[in-house]
Design a protein around this ligand. Structure first.
Ligand SMILES: [Zn+2]
Ligand SMILES: [Zn+2]
Length: 245
């Protein structure tokens, strides 16, 4: 399904879906450019991300190029630790704190995706966290064989996890896991032990939407329901939202 068609069907999700599409383009273009130029120079990678961000979000490059100096000045290796971008001590007169956080989140996305190697298969079984970047995941696909694949919202790695179980506290007692369903039968699996939930969807949703992160956004109303009941989402979605109002 094309994004415009989905927006037509779900006009209340227009702005998150438009942002989703831009972030998706950003990571795709950065990935392609990295492949094409075959570079392993960190500064050049930062340039690629900033340039593509500038063109996709229609922000003049000159107004974000200072970020490169900030990154270098911070002494952090954002190639190895992309989340260090979120903590850059940046002041801005034009942007609110929220906008600034959102921008740094978006800029970190391609760096997280660069961490992942093609064909990597590591599972989430040991820690419940992404084995590539160490992030919590709140999204899973249930395959036709009834296996659960957790999907990392940042580096986008998918790996198996226990079919019934909370990736946060490892509760595997099905009587302490409650299921909330939305009208498309996307589920919130709520752990009554630690008050965390993850969302899960079946392969037929995947066939319809072709992207787990899109399914996560389409079911934003389900996050609202779960969070109103007091349940916690441990990781952000594709556009950087974790607490959804
Ligand atoms: Zn990850
Ligand atoms: Zn739990």
């Amino acid at each position: 399904m094309k994004i415009e068609e989905i927006i037509k069907e779900k006009p209340h999700l227009q702005s998150p879906l438009e942002l989703y599409e831009k972030i998706k383009n950003l990571t795709e273009q950065c990935k392609q450019e990295k492949e094409r130029v075959k570079l392993d120079n960190d500064i050049a990678l930062i340039d690629i991300v900033l340039k593509n961000f500038s063109s996709i979000f229609n922000i003049p490059f000159e107004s974000i190029s200072f970020l490169k100096d900030e990154i270098i000045k911070s002494g952090k290796d954002i190639i190895k630790e992309p989340d260090s971008l979120w903590f850059l001590p940046i002041q801005s007169e034009e942007l609110s704190k929220e906008e600034l956080e959102r921008m740094l989140f978006i800029l970190s996305k391609p760096f997280f995706v660069f961490l992942r190697k093609e064909g990597q298969q590591a599972s989430f079984m040991d820690t419940g966290k992404c084995p590539v970047c160490g992030t919590d995941s709140s999204l899973a696909m249930i395959t036709e064989n009834n296996e659960k694949i957790m999907i990392c919202p940042l580096c986008e790695h998918g790996g198996s996890f226990f079919r019934i179980g909370c990736p946060y506290c490892f509760n595997k007692d099905s009587s302490k896991i409650e299921i909330l369903l939305d009208d498309e039968e996307i589920r919130a699996e709520v752990c009554l032990e630690c008050n965390t939930y993850i969302k899960s969807f079946r392969e037929n949703h995947y066939i319809k939407y072709r992207d787990p992160f899109l399914i996560d956004l389409i079911s934003l109303p389900l996050d609202i329901v779960a969070q109103k009941k007091g349940y916690i989402r441990r990781s952000p979605n594709f556009i950087g939202l974790r607490v959804i109002k």
